[in-house]
Design a protein around this ligand. Structure first.
Ligand code: T1G
Length: 698
């Protein structure tokens, strides 16, 4: 199939790229563009050229699937330079998401027109890279270094209107995009080419203080990442150097990022995130249920947050509470969330009102009778969940999907409380539910395929990353969190201070340490769960000290004291002498001679526990892929994406080394460190989790 075609209309030539699904700049596209441009350069009857794309979007970037294989000429940089050097005006017609190399192609054109809904961006940094075909040199020239730094270091999508204000596009099409592009091309015949590369930057306005100020501004969000600093250095080069030298510098820094392990890890995450919706037995032909209205039981933090996801997607919501004041409070919190977004400029008043108009509040279960999906977000107690589902069995219409938001309870047991177990599924949202992208879709034993398929599609519709998990205590994420936290806690009782453990894991790349996270979540949740399960069910050495903290009334941040002290109104954790005394007393009771550990030892112990549990989950079939587990941990728990996720990280260490480390830990604590059988098998076969995923490709 020809990926690049050409047609001539009067004096205008139209080059069309057609390389589904996103017109990526595969070799055939680069070759096609170059050949047609060479041909048109000498065609005197053609006075101007339009470059457009078929399908859903203008070019969305280099073909990521070609990374890792030796690049084939013509290289993108050569094509981009060829476009800019054309003697006749070249106009880009932008629609969809013009990203990465696609925007670099557009910037090398002389003029640009966009569909009103078009977006542009340079998201290479999200792949551990930087725009490597002139984007870091041309965007600062046309939009200014400040906007260029914003776009290149954040990788965000920029709407057409903002791009127009930046000068990145010349006009927004009013009507047919191609017609507008042809009209612009005709108009520019007399002006001739306007080369972005020739535009000048007033270097005096962008001194070292400007760049260092930007570095400070983005330090928090780019912590641990390799590419952002190189992106900034490229823009510095654009300010200081002529185009040719700047392009050379960009090439050097691009290759530097490409060679850094973070880029492969981030590319792994990119594809892994797109794998999660591939479910065995589900195809495009699998029937789906039509979700027109959603019922939410519980208008608390979780219920309200969950409901917002559907309202945001334009799906009407009926939200049920037991008491009027709780219902009103819940809806008030939801409105407050939207109004905060409005204050940040993310929503207009009309949009806030439109979202709120999607909500119907009720105190009566009967009012859920017209819902196609009902999600309960009530108290995390099995008896209460079963009551709710028994009631739903009475009131829900035939074919309604009944979902529990439980974070670890047994969905099979909940389903058994109904006469329609095939309609029951787990939809585990992560708090805050209207913000966190992760959704664990828990497939119970009797969940029917069309219910599962419907929920996998629905996750995308509400802009969540939906990962299918099997029924086990804690599903994927919380089940792995448990040993990770246990080992962190044991480090404390054996000699480390809580803040030492937190600092080690924070510096590894976690968003916060496990002690701080426990204080934020509330220590009483784990405390009650342990009391319910009994001392036989858990490692008492790890938790007797935290139980004493709770029994001293220190439930965490919410009461202003937990493992850490907190100043009035502050969320900043401060080491607590009171808690340190409890820790040392508990160590003494256990006859432990306290010994601190290095940051590497602290990280290794928690990471090995995390990986081992992930391997158990994978081996037991409660996750379809190791890469799914990576996506859960990145999106639900903030595992640093530039390390690819816990399973990818294990592969980077080598499974043999991981297995040996776990065996060493097992010698000290046999009960808690049983190596996952799948890990042992892969280690002995010299394989990786990636091999497992390839061999079990769904
Ligand atoms: N290369 C190859 N395949 C790609 C691709 C790409 N750039 N982008 C998307 N796909 C595939 C994706 O794997 C999926 O495949 C299908 O297209 C639909 O994607 C030199 C070096 C464009 C916003 O980083 O952000 O240019 O699973 O499910 O949700 O400076 O895809 O169907 O088989 O995501 O509508 C820079 C990455 C590259 C853009 C569409 N560009 N893509 O989102 O669909 S580096 C990017 C996206 C670069 C130059 C540098 C999104 C999208 P399959 P999808 P979507």
């Amino acid at each position: 199939m020809t990926t690049v075609s050409k047609e001539i209309r009067g004096e205008i030539a139209i080059i069309t790229v057609d390389n589904p699904p996103v017109n990526a700049l595969s070799h055939s596209v680069r070759q096609g563009l170059s050949d047609h441009l060479t041909d048109l350069a000498t065609n005197d009857s053609v006075k101007a050229i339009v470059i457009a794309c078929a399908g859903r979007t203008f070019i969305a970037g280099a073909d990521i699937r070609e990374f890792g294989s030796p690049p084939k000429a013509p290289h993108l940089g050569e094509v981009v330079d060829q476009i800019e050097a054309m003697a006749k005006p070249v106009v880009a017609a932008l629609h969809g998401t013009t990203l990465g190399g696609g925007l670099e192609v557009a910037l090398s054109c002389h003029y640009r027109v966009a569909d009103p809904r078009a977006k542009v961006g340079l998201p290479e940094v999200k792949l551990g890279l930087l725009p490597g075909a002139g984007g870091t040199q041309r965007l600062p020239r046309i939009a200014g270094p400040a906007n260029a730094l914003d776009a290149i270091v954040s990788g965000r999508h920029i709407a057409a209107k903002e791009a127009l204000n930046w000068g990145v596009i010349d006009t927004i099409a009013d009507g047919d995009l191609l017609d507008a592009a042809i009209a612009l091309a005709e108009e520019k015949i007399s002006d001739g080419p306007r080369r972005t590369g020739d535009m000048k930057i007033d270097a005096s306005k962008y001194d070292q203080a400007f760049f260092d100020g930007f570095r400070k501004q983005v330090a928090k969000q780019t912590r641990g990442y390799y590419a952002p600093e190189r992106c900034i250095q490229c823009v510095e080069a654009a300010v200081k150097l002529p185009l040719a030298e700047g392009l050379k510098r960009e090439r050097e820094l691009f290759m530097d990022c490409m060679a850094n392990p973070q880029s492969r890890a981030l590319q792994h995450v990119f594809f892994a995130e797109r794998q999660v919706s591939r479910i065995p037995g589900i195809s495009k032909e699998t029937p789906r249920r039509n979700i027109q209205r959603v019922g939410i039981i519980g208008a608390g933090t979780m219920g309200g947050g969950i409901a917002m996801n559907f309202a945001n997607a334009g799906i009407p919501v009926t939200i049920l509470e037991l008491k009027q004041d709780a219902l009103e409070h819940g809806l008030k919190v939801v409105r407050g969330n939207y109004e905060r977004s409005m204050k940040r400029g993310k929503l207009t008043q009309d949009q806030v009102d439109g979202r709120m108009a999607q909500f119907t509040g009720t105190l009566k279960y009967e009012d859920l009778g017209d819902c196609d999906l009902i999600i309960e977000a009530v108290f995390e107690k099995m008896s209460i969940k079963k009551d709710v589902f028994a009631k739903l069995d009475q009131v829900a219409k035939e074919g309604a999907i009944l979902a529990s938001n439980t974070s670890y309870l047994d969905i099979d047991e909940i389903a058994a409380a109904t006469k329609r177990p095939g309609d029951v599924i787990g939809l585990h949202f992560f708090s805050p539910a209207n913000v966190m992208r992760l959704l664990e879709i828990v497939r119970a034993e009797k969940t029917s395929l069309d219910v599962l398929a419907t929920c996998v599609d629905l996750a995308k519709k509400i802009r969540k990353v939906g990962v299918v998990a099997g029924v086990c205590h804690g599903f994927i994420g919380n089940r792995m969190l448990s040993p990770y936290g246990r080992e962190a806690s044991l480090n404390v009782i054996e000699g480390c201070r809580p803040d030492e453990v937190d600092a080690a894991l924070y510096n590894f790349g976690m968003p916060m340490g496990p002690m701080t996270m426990s204080d934020m979540a509330g220590l009483d949740i784990g405390y009650m769960s342990r009391k319910e399960r009994g001392r036989e069910a858990y490692e008492t050495r790890a938790y007797d000290w935290t139980d004493r903290v709770v029994e001293a009334g220190r439930k965490g941040l919410k009461v202003g004291a937990g493992i850490y002290d907190y100043d009035e109104g502050s969320r900043v954790p401060k080491p607590s002498a009171f808690v340190q005394t409890i820790i040392e007393e508990e160590s003494a009771k256990l006859g432990i001679v306290r010994k601190s550990k290095s940051a590497d030892e602290i990280v290794e112990r928690s990471m090995m526990a995390l990986i081992n549990e992930g391997a158990k989950i994978l081996g037991e079939g409660h996750a379809y892929r190791a890469s799914d587990i990576d996506i859960v941990y990145i999106n639900g728990y903030g595992f640093p994406p530039y390390r690819g996720g816990p399973m990818y990280y294990a592969d980077s260490l080598g499974l043999k080394a991981v297995y040996e480390k776990i065996c060493a830990f097992q010698k000290e604590a046999p009960r808690w460190w049983e190596p996952a059988p799948l890990l042992e098998k892969l280690a002995n076969e010299g394989k990786s989790f990636a091999d497992f995923d390839r061999e079990n490709a769904r």
